[in-house]
Design a protein around this ligand. Structure first.
Ligand SMILES: Cc1ncc(COP(=O)(O)O)c(C=O)c1O
Length: 428
């Protein structure tokens, strides 16, 4: 039985000096079963991580998706070390910016020009500002999660601190439901600057959805922005825009592009991107070279090793067998595994008198005990081995069987190891 003595003790200390005891909501104690989960990771290699108590896990989270190749991937780490010997940030741009821009424009169909940021929020915010500048309009339609800045987060339940005037400018629409977007255009005629969406999260686009979004946006004079933070360099080297054949006006990339180094990218059509000269998008670290070197090495490695397809195949194997286990154990009424094979998401429904998060909490506590770092998704990496995947499948088989019994006998709640996990806010 894994115990989390050091994690729990250290968490109490950290909370005294760091609000939330984490820099990221989705890495914080809020999303783990209280007292019965690891809270801090000391190191990682390949597909494995080690917690502060010394327990080893196969990581199904992969840093919330930047880790596409695996931790401490030699080709990337060597590129970082080589660059470190030359310097980190300079007083003028480095030639690496051009080298990486060339690689990106080669692969991403909608990338005629490129600018770099550090976080995903940097570039989604830049894209929206750019769209507002281009169109002279202020409203935006959003479909997905797009970062922590006012313009987006004001549209969620975590809007505290965001001015009402800003909140009024952002409108949510539902994926694969073109009528929900039509409604926004109807209510805000000639006011919408941009439609920004994750081109895919839980569901594949159905019935030519992405093309319909593009047509609708253009019909109303708005720009189309794809937020490819997760889909980019994961679903396809050219992003979801290449995979699904719909090219947006602007797009935002990050995460997998640099295998864990902080880098994001705004790309788009030249006629719009040239206007970046006129808005303000600028920062001390946006041309930081270790991340640029890491991205160049990551993209070349993805090309060289056929990583996209291999990750997808690993994901297909895991997705197919997990789905079968869900069906075989009779849990299809409360658990669904959705998403692209390279980024799969569990969806839980209320059932047997239990809330979705109680069911998720039970699975998490048991899967952690089996040695898998798990938060309700399969964030696949090239480093996941067949042994890793067969390991989690064997664990699911046991956990799902026990879960079904607890649901039927109404004994789930008394078998939870701690207070159930909570949703930060529901965006997906
Ligand atoms: C689709 C999407 N867009 C934007 C972001 C924001 O990126 P960051 O956390 O790097 O600011 C995320 C982060 O998870 C994301 O998944």
């Amino acid at each position: 039985m894994r115990k989390f003595t050091k994690s729990n003790k250290f968490l109490r200390k950290v909370k005294e000096v760091i609000p939330l005891a984490s820099q990221t909501f989705s890495k914080s104690h809020l999303v783990y079963v209280d007292g019965a989960a690891p809270m801090f990771i000391t190191h990682a290699k390949g597909s494995h991580v080690w917690d502060i108590d010394g327990h080893e896990y196969v990581d199904m989270i992969n840093g919330l998706l930047p880790i596409i190749l695996g931790y401490q991937y030699p080709a990337v780490d060597n590129a970082i070390k080589k660059q470190l010997d030359k310097g980190i940030v300079f007083s003028l741009p480095s030639p690496l910016e051009y080298e990486l821009a060339q690689l990106i424009t080669k692969h991403i169909p909608g990338a005629e020009m490129v600018r770099f940021g550090k976080t995903g929020s940097d570039v989604t915010s830049a894209a929206v500002r750019l769209a507002r500048a281009v169109t002279g309009r202020e409203h935006v339609a959003v479909g997905g999660y797009h970062g922590w800045h006012d313009w987006y987060i004001g549209s969620t339940t975590r809007y505290l601190g965001v001015p009402e005037a800003v909140r009024k400018l952002t409108h949510k629409f539902a994926y694969n439901d073109i009528s929900s977007l039509e409604k926004i255009f109807k209510q805000h005629k000639n006011e919408v600057a941009a439609v920004i969406l994750e081109p895919m999260n839980t569901d594949f686009p159905a019935d030519n959805y992405l093309q319909k979004v593009k047509n609708l946006a253009h019909k109303h004079g708005a720009l189309l922005i794809f937020d490819e933070m997760i889909t980019g360099f994961r679903f396809d080297l050219g992003g979801a825009q290449k995979l699904f054949g719909v090219i947006p006006d602007l797009a935002c990339f990050g995460k997998s592009i640099a295998n864990g180094m902080p880098l994001s990218v705004l790309v788009g059509k030249k006629k719009y991107m040239e206007k970046v000269n006129d808005i303000f998008f600028s920062g001390s670290y946006l041309g930081e070279t270790l991340s640029l070197a890491a991205a160049i090495a990551t993209i070349k490695e993805i090309e060289r090793k056929g990583v996209i397809e291999k990750v997808r195949r690993k994901g297909e194997y895991l997705q197919e067998h997990t789905r079968r286990l869900i069906a075989d154990t009779g849990l299809g009424d409360v658990i669904r595994l959705t998403g692209h094979p390279s980024w799969q998401l569990f969806l839980f429904s209320e059932g047997y008198g239990y809330k979705p998060l109680e069911i998720k909490t039970y699975i998490q506590q048991e899967i952690l005990q089996a040695g898998f770092l798990w938060s309700g998704s399969h964030n696949m990496s090239y480093a996941h081995s067949k042994e890793d995947l067969d390991g989690i499948l064997a664990a699911y088989k046991k956990v799902f069987t026990k879960l079904k019994r607890l649901l039927i006998t109404k004994q789930l709640r008394q078998n939870l190891a701690g207070k159930p996990i909570s949703d930060v806010f529901k965006v997906r």
